[in-house]
Design a protein around this ligand. Structure first.
Ligand SMILES: Nc1ncnc2c1ncn2[C@@H]1O[C@H](COP(=O)(O)OP(=O)(O)OP(=O)(O)O)[C@@H](O)[C@H]1O
Ligand SMILES: [Mg+2]
Length: 394
């Protein structure tokens, strides 16, 4: 009897400790959030310029050596871009875009992405899936990212030696639990409390940034779930993700929007608004290369003045600017020239900024994240023009 009570007591204490650890983690992350999005914002502008310039140069006639060097600049710039996006993902409290998700299927798809590589590395995948697992209401894209992070980490941990990756699912009370276990070296006890911290990595420079698990933590927390690790050093590591079940109501399937058929677009009149001259110049050159006629101004005030004088097919505007910023520009346009709102595209350097996020949410205007690639720029311009149809050309 006493023994039983003791066990119950011990379990409660363990649970309490786990909850405290989760709370501490959440606090650490939210304290970092503001700083991270600030840094990311500062880096995005110069990176937009670097990438844009590289892209422009690559379009010209080049000797082989220069082309290779520029391609390296672009690849490394893309890598920086991914790091920045991860930083923003850590900082962002992005509400998940939910639909009904079959976790087993999502796991199979995720592992499939790494299947070939694992086969080559002598990693055997073992499945322990509970069929007929209830579906969960979650963001499949975000969850896929979590699972891929866990699988990739396990792969790295087993690198070089044959190993076994065990993927499991089970129902645990009112939750579903996913397990990703490897037979790598495991995690030393002194590292366990730190692995979910941003930038905590034991990998060599260039191999890991230490963001995978903190991003995953943020996503799982955003779903009201828990993520944790268990490990006996020398005997591998196991990661668990537990997600709450909700009763499956009438199925409201989220229909993917039909892919718009994008007509070839001819040259358009475009106004670029950004307070940084380098960003303005790169955007202008990229757009001019596509045959557009571009004018660029350095502030919201100037933009308003130009828009009073003449009409543009597309207005590309930064959000954060001294003086009249994107927010204010939007309000003025709504009051004075609402038709212009239909051709406004925001370019954001800090998609994590709460204010920016609120603005985008509120206005539902299309937006591009810095650093903008040529491809994304073309896509957005084409979409705005297509949405306005042929009627806009007079
Ligand atoms: N399966 C595992 N086995 C052993 N250690 C692990 C495992 N998964 C994570 N770790 C430890 O946790 C650290 C942090 O992992 P995290 O995924 O956050 O970053 P990373 O993998 O080092 O870099 P990134 O994911 O940003 O490329 C790792 O560097 C490693 O020390
Ligand atoms: Mg990782």
């Amino acid at each position: 009897m006493i023994l039983e009570e003791l066990t119950v007591y011990r379990r409660m204490a363990e649970k309490q400790r786990a909850i405290e650890a989760q709370l501490l983690q959440a606090e650490k992350l939210s304290a970092l959030g503001g700083l991270l999005s600030g840094v990311a914002h500062e880096l995005n502008n110069p990176l937009a310029v670097v990438l844009g310039r590289a892209e422009l140069l690559l379009l010209g006639e080049l000797d082989e050596r220069t082309r290779r060097a520029l391609e390296i600049v672009r690849t490394q710039g893309d890598r920086m871009k991914r790091i920045i996006q991860n930083l923003l993902a850590v900082a962002r409290k992005h509400p998940p875009e939910r639909s009904w998700v079959d976790l087993n299927a999502l796991l199979r798809e995720t592992v499939e992405l790494r299947a070939h590589q694992m086969h080559v590395n002598n990693v055997e995948v073992r499945w322990r899936l509970v069929e007929a697992l209830p579906r969960i209401f979650a963001d499949p894209h975000q969850l896929g990212q979590v699972l891929l992070n866990l699988v990739t980490n396990a792969e790295h941990a087993m690198a070089g030696r044959p190993g076994v990756l065990t993927i499991s699912t089970e129902r645990a009370g009112e939750t579903v639990r996913v397990g990703v276990a490897d037979t790598g070296p495991g995690i030393p006890p002194e590292h366990l409390p730190r692995i979910f911290d941003p930038f905590f990595t034991t990998k060599e420079v260039g191999r890991g940034t230490g963001l995978g698990l903190s991003v995953s933590h943020g996503i799982v927390a955003g779903h009201g779930g828990r993520i944790w690790a268990e490990s006996t050093p020398g005997r591998g590591a196991s990661f668990f993700v537990e997600l709450p079940l909700v009763a499956e109501g009438p199925v409201e399937t989220v229909e993917p929007p039909p892919t718009p058929v994008r007509p070839a677009i001819g040259s358009r009149d475009i106004l670029v608004v950004d307070d940084e001259v380098e960003v303005r110049d790169v955007l202008t050159e990229l757009l001019e290369m596509d045959g557009h006629r571009v004018e660029a101004v350095g502030s919201g005030e100037e933009a308003l003045a130009r828009l009073k004088q003449r009409r543009y097919d597309v207005v590309l505007s930064d959000v954060r600017m001294p003086g009249l910023d994107g927010h204010a520009l939007c309000r003025r346009l709504a009051a004075e020239q609402p038709e212009v709102l239909r051709c406004l595209i925001f370019i954001t350097g800090d998609s994590a900024g709460a204010e920016t996020e609120a603005l985008l949410e509120e206005t539902r205007l299309p937006h591009l994240a810095k650093p903008v690639t040529l491809e994304a720029l073309r896509e957005a311009v084409a979409q705005v023009c297509a949405a306005r149809g042929g009627s806009d050309r007079t």
